[in-house]
Design a protein around this ligand. Structure first.
Ligand code: EPZ
Length: 419
Protein backbone atom coordinates (compact mmCIF):
# COMPACT_ATOMS: atom_id res chain seq x y z
CA UNK A 1 0.00 0.00 0.00
CA UNK A 2 1.33 3.44 -0.89
CA UNK A 3 2.15 6.02 1.75
CA UNK A 4 2.86 9.75 1.73
CA UNK A 5 5.97 11.27 3.33
CA UNK A 6 5.63 14.94 4.21
CA UNK A 7 8.56 17.08 5.41
CA UNK A 8 7.12 19.77 7.67
CA UNK A 9 7.91 23.47 7.65
CA UNK A 10 8.03 24.23 3.91
CA UNK A 11 6.71 27.74 3.11
CA UNK A 12 3.36 27.52 1.31
CA UNK A 13 2.75 30.01 -1.46
CA UNK A 14 1.17 29.03 -4.77
CA UNK A 15 -1.91 28.53 -6.86
CA UNK A 16 -3.70 25.40 -8.09
CA UNK A 17 -6.80 24.37 -10.01
CA UNK A 18 -9.68 22.70 -8.18
CA UNK A 19 -11.16 19.50 -9.64
CA UNK A 20 -14.79 18.61 -10.22
CA UNK A 21 -16.80 17.56 -7.16
CA UNK A 22 -16.71 13.82 -6.35
CA UNK A 23 -20.03 14.10 -4.47
CA UNK A 24 -21.74 15.68 -7.49
CA UNK A 25 -20.16 13.43 -10.13
CA UNK A 26 -21.31 10.25 -8.32
CA UNK A 27 -25.08 10.99 -8.34
CA UNK A 28 -24.86 12.52 -11.84
CA UNK A 29 -23.23 9.35 -13.21
CA UNK A 30 -26.02 7.36 -11.55
CA UNK A 31 -28.56 9.69 -13.20
CA UNK A 32 -27.29 8.66 -16.65
CA UNK A 33 -29.24 5.42 -16.04
CA UNK A 34 -32.44 7.47 -16.34
CA UNK A 35 -31.73 8.78 -19.87
CA UNK A 36 -33.20 7.53 -23.17
CA UNK A 37 -29.81 8.04 -24.84
CA UNK A 38 -26.11 8.69 -24.22
CA UNK A 39 -24.98 11.37 -21.74
CA UNK A 40 -21.65 13.21 -21.62
CA UNK A 41 -20.42 14.19 -18.14
CA UNK A 42 -17.41 16.53 -17.96
CA UNK A 43 -15.15 18.00 -15.25
CA UNK A 44 -15.17 14.59 -13.55
CA UNK A 45 -12.33 14.21 -11.00
CA UNK A 46 -9.85 11.39 -11.53
CA UNK A 47 -10.58 9.41 -8.34
CA UNK A 48 -10.97 5.82 -7.24
CA UNK A 49 -14.66 6.37 -6.44
CA UNK A 50 -15.29 7.46 -10.04
CA UNK A 51 -13.48 4.37 -11.32
CA UNK A 52 -15.61 2.22 -9.00
CA UNK A 53 -18.79 3.86 -10.32
CA UNK A 54 -17.74 3.25 -13.92
CA UNK A 55 -16.99 -0.38 -13.03
CA UNK A 56 -20.46 -0.71 -11.48
CA UNK A 57 -22.24 0.83 -14.50
CA UNK A 58 -20.10 -1.19 -16.90
CA UNK A 59 -20.97 -4.46 -15.15
CA UNK A 60 -24.64 -3.59 -15.66
CA UNK A 61 -23.97 -3.34 -19.37
CA UNK A 62 -23.97 0.46 -19.64
CA UNK A 63 -21.69 1.50 -22.51
CA UNK A 64 -19.00 3.89 -21.25
CA UNK A 65 -16.49 5.90 -23.30
CA UNK A 66 -13.85 7.93 -21.44
CA UNK A 67 -11.58 10.49 -23.11
CA UNK A 68 -8.13 11.61 -21.96
CA UNK A 69 -9.64 14.45 -19.89
CA UNK A 70 -11.89 11.91 -18.13
CA UNK A 71 -15.02 13.24 -19.82
CA UNK A 72 -17.35 10.26 -19.53
CA UNK A 73 -19.94 9.29 -22.11
CA UNK A 74 -22.48 6.91 -20.59
CA UNK A 75 -25.07 5.13 -22.77
CA UNK A 76 -27.59 3.10 -20.73
CA UNK A 77 -29.41 1.68 -23.77
CA UNK A 78 -27.26 -1.45 -23.63
CA UNK A 79 -28.06 -2.15 -19.96
CA UNK A 80 -28.68 -5.81 -19.25
CA UNK A 81 -28.52 -6.22 -15.47
CA UNK A 82 -29.85 -4.24 -12.54
CA UNK A 83 -27.51 -5.64 -9.92
CA UNK A 84 -24.99 -3.83 -7.69
CA UNK A 85 -22.80 -6.51 -6.08
CA UNK A 86 -21.48 -6.40 -2.51
CA UNK A 87 -17.85 -6.59 -3.64
CA UNK A 88 -18.25 -3.16 -5.31
CA UNK A 89 -20.76 -1.56 -2.93
CA UNK A 90 -18.61 -2.38 0.12
CA UNK A 91 -15.78 -0.28 -1.39
CA UNK A 92 -18.06 2.66 -2.12
CA UNK A 93 -21.30 3.25 -0.24
CA UNK A 94 -22.41 5.84 -2.80
CA UNK A 95 -23.16 2.87 -5.10
CA UNK A 96 -26.58 3.00 -3.38
CA UNK A 97 -27.28 5.92 -5.75
CA UNK A 98 -28.11 3.48 -8.59
CA UNK A 99 -31.10 2.16 -6.62
CA UNK A 100 -33.52 5.02 -7.32
CA UNK A 101 -32.71 5.31 -11.04
CA UNK A 102 -32.91 1.53 -11.62
CA UNK A 103 -36.33 1.18 -9.97
CA UNK A 104 -37.68 4.32 -11.63
CA UNK A 105 -36.48 3.54 -15.16
CA UNK A 106 -36.34 -0.28 -15.31
CA UNK A 107 -38.78 -1.26 -12.55
CA UNK A 108 -36.30 -3.42 -10.69
CA UNK A 109 -33.00 -3.40 -8.81
CA UNK A 110 -30.91 -5.65 -6.62
CA UNK A 111 -28.43 -3.50 -4.72
CA UNK A 112 -26.21 -4.69 -1.89
CA UNK A 113 -26.70 -2.96 1.44
CA UNK A 114 -23.59 -0.80 1.88
CA UNK A 115 -22.83 -2.12 5.37
CA UNK A 116 -21.16 0.03 7.98
CA UNK A 117 -18.15 2.21 7.47
CA UNK A 118 -15.39 3.76 9.54
CA UNK A 119 -17.27 6.96 10.36
CA UNK A 120 -20.58 5.43 11.39
CA UNK A 121 -23.26 2.81 10.79
CA UNK A 122 -24.69 4.96 7.99
CA UNK A 123 -28.01 3.15 7.40
CA UNK A 124 -29.99 3.59 4.18
CA UNK A 125 -33.46 3.29 5.70
CA UNK A 126 -34.52 6.68 4.33
CA UNK A 127 -33.65 5.61 0.78
CA UNK A 128 -35.62 2.34 1.15
CA UNK A 129 -38.62 3.81 3.03
CA UNK A 130 -38.96 6.61 0.47
CA UNK A 131 -39.07 4.16 -2.44
CA UNK A 132 -41.63 2.05 -0.55
CA UNK A 133 -43.81 5.15 -0.11
CA UNK A 134 -43.54 5.66 -3.86
CA UNK A 135 -44.97 2.18 -4.40
CA UNK A 136 -41.87 0.02 -4.77
CA UNK A 137 -42.05 -3.52 -3.39
CA UNK A 138 -38.84 -3.99 -1.41
CA UNK A 139 -37.43 -7.06 0.31
CA UNK A 140 -34.13 -7.05 2.12
CA UNK A 141 -32.55 -10.47 2.17
CA UNK A 142 -29.03 -11.90 2.18
CA UNK A 143 -27.65 -8.38 2.53
CA UNK A 144 -29.35 -7.14 -0.64
CA UNK A 145 -32.12 -4.61 -1.30
CA UNK A 146 -34.43 -6.29 -3.83
CA UNK A 147 -36.82 -3.74 -5.29
CA UNK A 148 -39.43 -3.78 -8.03
CA UNK A 149 -42.17 -1.47 -9.23
CA UNK A 150 -44.40 -1.28 -12.30
CA UNK A 151 -44.21 2.49 -12.16
CA UNK A 152 -43.36 4.56 -9.09
CA UNK A 153 -45.95 7.08 -8.04
CA UNK A 154 -45.51 10.50 -6.51
CA UNK A 155 -45.64 10.73 -2.71
CA UNK A 156 -45.05 13.20 0.12
CA UNK A 157 -41.75 12.11 1.68
CA UNK A 158 -40.69 13.54 5.04
CA UNK A 159 -37.02 12.77 5.73
CA UNK A 160 -36.50 12.06 9.47
CA UNK A 161 -32.87 13.08 9.06
CA UNK A 162 -31.29 15.36 6.45
CA UNK A 163 -29.64 12.90 4.09
CA UNK A 164 -27.60 13.99 1.06
CA UNK A 165 -27.67 10.76 -0.95
CA UNK A 166 -31.12 9.95 0.45
CA UNK A 167 -32.43 13.19 -1.07
CA UNK A 168 -30.54 12.52 -4.31
CA UNK A 169 -31.76 8.92 -4.68
CA UNK A 170 -35.40 9.87 -4.10
CA UNK A 171 -35.20 12.94 -6.35
CA UNK A 172 -33.91 10.74 -9.21
CA UNK A 173 -36.63 8.14 -8.56
CA UNK A 174 -39.34 10.82 -8.46
CA UNK A 175 -38.21 12.32 -11.78
CA UNK A 176 -39.84 9.41 -13.68
CA UNK A 177 -42.65 8.62 -11.23
CA UNK A 178 -46.31 9.17 -12.09
CA UNK A 179 -47.47 12.31 -10.32
CA UNK A 180 -45.76 14.77 -8.02
CA UNK A 181 -43.36 13.97 -5.17
CA UNK A 182 -42.56 16.34 -2.31
CA UNK A 183 -39.35 15.80 -0.36
CA UNK A 184 -39.57 17.60 3.00
CA UNK A 185 -36.47 18.16 5.16
CA UNK A 186 -34.42 17.66 2.00
CA UNK A 187 -30.64 18.13 1.97
CA UNK A 188 -29.60 21.56 0.64
CA UNK A 189 -25.99 20.73 -0.33
CA UNK A 190 -24.68 22.28 -3.61
CA UNK A 191 -24.18 18.74 -4.94
CA UNK A 192 -27.93 18.13 -4.56
CA UNK A 193 -28.55 21.34 -6.52
CA UNK A 194 -26.07 20.29 -9.22
CA UNK A 195 -27.85 16.94 -9.64
CA UNK A 196 -31.19 18.75 -9.87
CA UNK A 197 -29.79 21.09 -12.54
CA UNK A 198 -28.60 18.07 -14.51
CA UNK A 199 -31.99 16.32 -14.21
CA UNK A 200 -33.83 19.52 -15.24
CA UNK A 201 -31.58 19.77 -18.33
CA UNK A 202 -32.58 16.14 -19.07
CA UNK A 203 -36.24 17.22 -18.96
CA UNK A 204 -37.18 16.66 -15.32
CA UNK A 205 -39.57 19.07 -13.60
CA UNK A 206 -37.96 19.94 -10.25
CA UNK A 207 -38.56 22.99 -8.03
CA UNK A 208 -36.93 23.95 -4.74
CA UNK A 209 -33.57 22.17 -5.00
CA UNK A 210 -31.27 23.91 -2.50
CA UNK A 211 -34.15 24.47 -0.07
CA UNK A 212 -35.59 22.03 2.48
CA UNK A 213 -38.63 21.30 0.30
CA UNK A 214 -38.15 19.89 -3.20
CA UNK A 215 -41.12 19.27 -5.53
CA UNK A 216 -40.65 16.85 -8.42
CA UNK A 217 -43.37 16.44 -11.05
CA UNK A 218 -42.72 13.09 -12.73
CA UNK A 219 -42.31 12.91 -16.52
CA UNK A 220 -42.38 9.94 -18.89
CA UNK A 221 -38.89 10.21 -20.32
CA UNK A 222 -35.56 11.96 -19.74
CA UNK A 223 -33.13 12.68 -22.55
CA UNK A 224 -29.38 12.19 -22.69
CA UNK A 225 -27.52 15.54 -22.44
CA UNK A 226 -24.07 16.97 -21.80
CA UNK A 227 -23.33 18.22 -18.29
CA UNK A 228 -20.34 19.77 -16.54
CA UNK A 229 -19.93 18.83 -12.87
CA UNK A 230 -19.52 21.71 -10.41
CA UNK A 231 -16.18 22.26 -8.58
CA UNK A 232 -15.37 20.41 -5.35
CA UNK A 233 -16.06 22.64 -2.34
CA UNK A 234 -14.43 20.21 0.11
CA UNK A 235 -11.25 19.99 -1.94
CA UNK A 236 -11.30 23.81 -2.03
CA UNK A 237 -11.75 24.02 1.75
CA UNK A 238 -8.99 21.48 2.33
CA UNK A 239 -6.41 23.48 0.34
CA UNK A 240 -7.50 26.70 2.05
CA UNK A 241 -6.68 25.00 5.36
CA UNK A 242 -3.32 23.94 3.87
CA UNK A 243 -2.57 27.66 3.53
CA UNK A 244 -3.99 28.54 6.94
CA UNK A 245 -2.17 25.81 8.90
CA UNK A 246 1.21 26.80 7.39
CA UNK A 247 0.83 30.57 7.73
CA UNK A 248 1.14 30.80 3.96
CA UNK A 249 -0.73 32.02 0.93
CA UNK A 250 -2.79 29.99 -1.58
CA UNK A 251 -4.94 30.85 -4.59
CA UNK A 252 -7.46 28.25 -5.81
CA UNK A 253 -8.90 28.55 -9.33
CA UNK A 254 -11.83 26.95 -11.18
CA UNK A 255 -13.86 26.78 -7.97
CA UNK A 256 -16.99 28.38 -6.49
CA UNK A 257 -16.27 30.24 -3.17
CA UNK A 258 -20.00 30.95 -2.73
CA UNK A 259 -20.42 27.29 -1.68
CA UNK A 260 -18.03 27.74 1.27
CA UNK A 261 -19.48 30.62 3.31
CA UNK A 262 -19.42 28.76 6.65
CA UNK A 263 -15.82 27.61 6.11
CA UNK A 264 -14.59 31.03 4.92
CA UNK A 265 -16.11 32.76 7.97
CA UNK A 266 -14.23 30.35 10.25
CA UNK A 267 -10.94 30.87 8.37
CA UNK A 268 -11.35 34.63 8.72
CA UNK A 269 -11.99 34.13 12.46
CA UNK A 270 -8.71 32.19 12.52
CA UNK A 271 -6.95 35.27 11.13
CA UNK A 272 -6.91 34.53 7.40
CA UNK A 273 -7.29 37.29 4.81
CA UNK A 274 -9.66 35.87 2.19
CA UNK A 275 -10.34 37.34 -1.25
CA UNK A 276 -12.85 35.86 -3.69
CA UNK A 277 -13.89 36.14 -7.34
CA UNK A 278 -16.59 34.28 -9.27
CA UNK A 279 -14.37 31.26 -9.86
CA UNK A 280 -11.43 31.69 -7.47
CA UNK A 281 -10.59 32.21 -3.81
CA UNK A 282 -7.32 33.24 -2.14
CA UNK A 283 -6.15 32.95 1.45
CA UNK A 284 -3.24 34.82 3.04
CA UNK A 285 -2.09 34.27 6.63
CA UNK A 286 0.78 36.77 6.25
CA UNK A 287 3.06 34.35 8.10
CA UNK A 288 0.87 34.39 11.22
CA UNK A 289 -0.09 31.42 13.37
CA UNK A 290 -3.85 30.73 13.12
CA UNK A 291 -6.14 31.53 16.06
CA UNK A 292 -8.24 28.63 17.44
CA UNK A 293 -11.88 28.55 16.28
CA UNK A 294 -14.90 26.63 17.63
CA UNK A 295 -16.67 24.38 15.09
CA UNK A 296 -20.14 22.83 15.12
CA UNK A 297 -20.89 20.62 12.11
CA UNK A 298 -24.39 20.38 10.62
CA UNK A 299 -26.10 19.98 7.24
CA UNK A 300 -25.53 22.65 4.56
CA UNK A 301 -25.40 25.65 4.69
CA UNK A 302 -23.91 25.15 8.19
CA UNK A 303 -20.29 24.08 8.69
CA UNK A 304 -19.72 20.84 6.69
CA UNK A 305 -18.84 17.61 8.49
CA UNK A 306 -16.44 16.87 5.60
CA UNK A 307 -14.28 19.81 6.78
CA UNK A 308 -14.26 18.83 10.48
CA UNK A 309 -11.08 16.72 10.43
CA UNK A 310 -9.17 19.43 8.57
CA UNK A 311 -10.09 21.99 11.26
CA UNK A 312 -8.99 19.58 13.99
CA UNK A 313 -5.52 19.74 12.42
CA UNK A 314 -5.70 23.54 12.14
CA UNK A 315 -6.80 23.96 15.76
CA UNK A 316 -4.09 21.52 16.92
CA UNK A 317 -1.42 24.14 16.17
CA UNK A 318 -3.55 27.28 16.59
CA UNK A 319 -3.20 29.98 19.27
CA UNK A 320 -5.70 29.18 22.05
CA UNK A 321 -8.26 26.49 22.85
CA UNK A 322 -11.28 25.34 20.86
CA UNK A 323 -14.16 22.88 20.82
CA UNK A 324 -15.10 20.92 17.72
CA UNK A 325 -18.55 19.31 17.87
CA UNK A 326 -19.54 16.66 15.29
CA UNK A 327 -23.33 16.30 14.97
CA UNK A 328 -23.73 14.43 11.64
CA UNK A 329 -21.84 11.15 12.10
CA UNK A 330 -21.41 9.17 15.30
CA UNK A 331 -17.76 8.19 14.88
CA UNK A 332 -15.90 10.78 12.87
CA UNK A 333 -12.97 11.51 15.19
CA UNK A 334 -10.59 8.67 14.34
CA UNK A 335 -8.05 11.26 13.19
CA UNK A 336 -7.74 12.51 16.79
CA UNK A 337 -5.70 9.51 17.98
CA UNK A 338 -3.38 9.97 15.03
CA UNK A 339 -3.05 13.74 15.60
CA UNK A 340 -2.18 12.98 19.23
CA UNK A 341 0.70 10.82 17.96
CA UNK A 342 2.01 14.02 16.35
CA UNK A 343 1.75 15.84 19.69
CA UNK A 344 -1.71 17.39 19.46
CA UNK A 345 -3.32 18.21 22.83
CA UNK A 346 -6.91 16.97 22.48
CA UNK A 347 -9.43 15.66 25.02
CA UNK A 348 -12.48 13.81 23.71
CA UNK A 349 -15.88 13.88 25.41
CA UNK A 350 -18.53 12.09 23.33
CA UNK A 351 -18.82 13.94 20.02
CA UNK A 352 -16.81 16.93 21.25
CA UNK A 353 -13.09 17.41 20.76
CA UNK A 354 -11.54 19.88 23.22
CA UNK A 355 -8.32 21.09 21.58
CA UNK A 356 -5.56 23.17 23.18
CA UNK A 357 -3.30 24.52 20.44
CA UNK A 358 0.41 23.65 20.72
CA UNK A 359 3.21 25.69 19.15
CA UNK A 360 4.66 22.70 17.35
CA UNK A 361 3.87 19.15 16.28
CA UNK A 362 6.50 16.47 15.86
CA UNK A 363 6.60 14.06 12.92
CA UNK A 364 5.60 10.42 13.43
CA UNK A 365 4.18 7.57 11.35
CA UNK A 366 0.36 7.87 11.31
CA UNK A 367 -2.42 5.88 9.70
CA UNK A 368 -5.30 7.14 7.58
CA UNK A 369 -8.67 5.73 8.59
CA UNK A 370 -11.14 7.50 6.29
CA UNK A 371 -11.08 10.03 3.50
CA UNK A 372 -11.17 13.34 5.35
CA UNK A 373 -9.19 12.03 8.34
CA UNK A 374 -6.36 11.25 5.89
CA UNK A 375 -6.44 14.83 4.63
CA UNK A 376 -6.14 16.16 8.20
CA UNK A 377 -3.04 14.02 8.78
CA UNK A 378 -1.41 15.34 5.60
CA UNK A 379 -2.19 18.91 6.68
CA UNK A 380 -0.68 18.27 10.14
CA UNK A 381 2.37 16.69 8.49
CA UNK A 382 2.92 19.93 6.54
CA UNK A 383 3.75 21.72 9.81
CA UNK A 384 5.10 18.90 12.02
CA UNK A 385 8.86 19.02 12.59
CA UNK A 386 10.49 16.19 10.62
CA UNK A 387 9.16 13.65 8.12
CA UNK A 388 5.58 12.49 8.78
CA UNK A 389 4.59 9.21 7.13
CA UNK A 390 0.88 8.78 6.38
CA UNK A 391 -0.02 5.15 5.73
CA UNK A 392 -3.08 3.58 4.04
CA UNK A 393 -3.50 6.55 1.71
CA UNK A 394 -5.88 4.62 -0.54
CA UNK A 395 -8.45 6.47 1.58
CA UNK A 396 -7.07 9.76 0.27
CA UNK A 397 -7.09 8.64 -3.36
CA UNK A 398 -10.85 8.16 -3.12
CA UNK A 399 -11.48 11.87 -2.73
CA UNK A 400 -8.42 13.95 -3.65
CA UNK A 401 -7.12 14.04 -7.21
CA UNK A 402 -3.28 13.98 -7.31
CA UNK A 403 -3.00 15.42 -3.77
CA UNK A 404 0.79 15.29 -3.64
CA UNK A 405 1.17 17.09 -6.99
CA UNK A 406 -1.23 19.83 -5.96
CA UNK A 407 0.44 20.29 -2.58
CA UNK A 408 3.88 20.35 -4.26
CA UNK A 409 2.58 23.14 -6.53
CA UNK A 410 1.75 25.06 -3.35
CA UNK A 411 5.31 24.51 -2.04
CA UNK A 412 4.88 21.48 0.22
CA UNK A 413 7.64 18.89 0.43
CA UNK A 414 5.65 15.69 -0.05
CA UNK A 415 6.20 12.46 -1.92
CA UNK A 416 4.36 9.18 -2.48
CA UNK A 417 6.25 5.96 -1.87
CA UNK A 418 5.14 2.38 -2.39
CA UNK A 419 5.04 0.50 0.88
C1 EPZ B 1 -22.92 12.30 1.87
O1 EPZ B 1 -22.97 11.02 2.48
C2 EPZ B 1 -21.50 12.48 1.39
N1 EPZ B 1 -21.20 11.44 0.40
C3 EPZ B 1 -20.54 12.40 2.57
O2 EPZ B 1 -19.23 12.66 2.07
C4 EPZ B 1 -20.91 13.49 3.57
O3 EPZ B 1 -20.06 13.38 4.70
C5 EPZ B 1 -22.37 13.32 3.99
O4 EPZ B 1 -23.22 13.33 2.82
C6 EPZ B 1 -22.83 14.44 4.92
O5 EPZ B 1 -22.67 15.68 4.29
C7 EPZ B 1 -21.66 11.58 -0.86
O6 EPZ B 1 -22.35 12.54 -1.20
C8 EPZ B 1 -21.30 10.50 -1.83
P1 EPZ B 1 -26.11 11.42 4.76
P2 EPZ B 1 -24.39 10.38 2.84
O7 EPZ B 1 -27.11 10.44 4.23
O8 EPZ B 1 -25.43 10.83 1.89
C9 EPZ B 1 -27.98 9.37 8.57
C10 EPZ B 1 -16.98 12.38 1.84
O9 EPZ B 1 -16.15 12.63 2.70
N2 EPZ B 1 -28.81 8.58 7.63
O10 EPZ B 1 -26.31 12.88 4.49
O11 EPZ B 1 -24.17 8.92 3.01
C11 EPZ B 1 -26.51 9.03 8.50
O12 EPZ B 1 -26.23 7.92 9.33
C12 EPZ B 1 -18.24 11.65 2.21
O13 EPZ B 1 -16.93 12.77 0.64
C13 EPZ B 1 -29.79 7.75 8.16
O14 EPZ B 1 -29.97 7.65 9.37
O15 EPZ B 1 -24.68 11.02 4.26
C14 EPZ B 1 -25.85 10.29 8.99
O16 EPZ B 1 -25.82 10.29 10.40
C15 EPZ B 1 -18.13 11.04 3.56
N3 EPZ B 1 -30.56 7.02 7.30
C16 EPZ B 1 -26.79 11.40 8.51
O17 EPZ B 1 -28.01 10.76 8.16
C17 EPZ B 1 -30.40 7.09 5.94
O18 EPZ B 1 -31.14 6.41 5.20
C18 EPZ B 1 -26.30 12.14 7.28
O19 EPZ B 1 -25.95 11.16 6.33
C19 EPZ B 1 -29.41 7.95 5.43
C20 EPZ B 1 -28.63 8.69 6.29
Amino acid sequence: MDKLIITGGAPINGEIRISGAKNAALPILAATLLAEGPMKVSNVPHLQDITTTMELLGEMGVHLVVDEKLNIESDPRSIKSFYAPYNLVKTMRASILVLGPLVAKYGRAEVSLPGGCAIGSRPVNLHVDGLKQMGAEIDIENGYIKAKAKRLKGAKLIMDVVSVTGTENLMMAAALAKGTTLIENAAREPEVVDLAKCLIKMGAKIHGAGTSTIAIEGVDQLKGIEYEVLPDRIETGTYLVAGAISGGRVKLKDTRPDMLDAVIVKLQEAGAIIETGDDWVSLDMQGNRPRAVDIHTAPYPAFPTDMQAQFCALNAIAEGSSVIRETVFENRFMHINELQRLGANVRMEGNNAFIRGVSKLKAAPVMATDLRASASLVLAGMVAHGDTEVQRIYHIDRGYERIEEKLQQLGAIIRRVAD
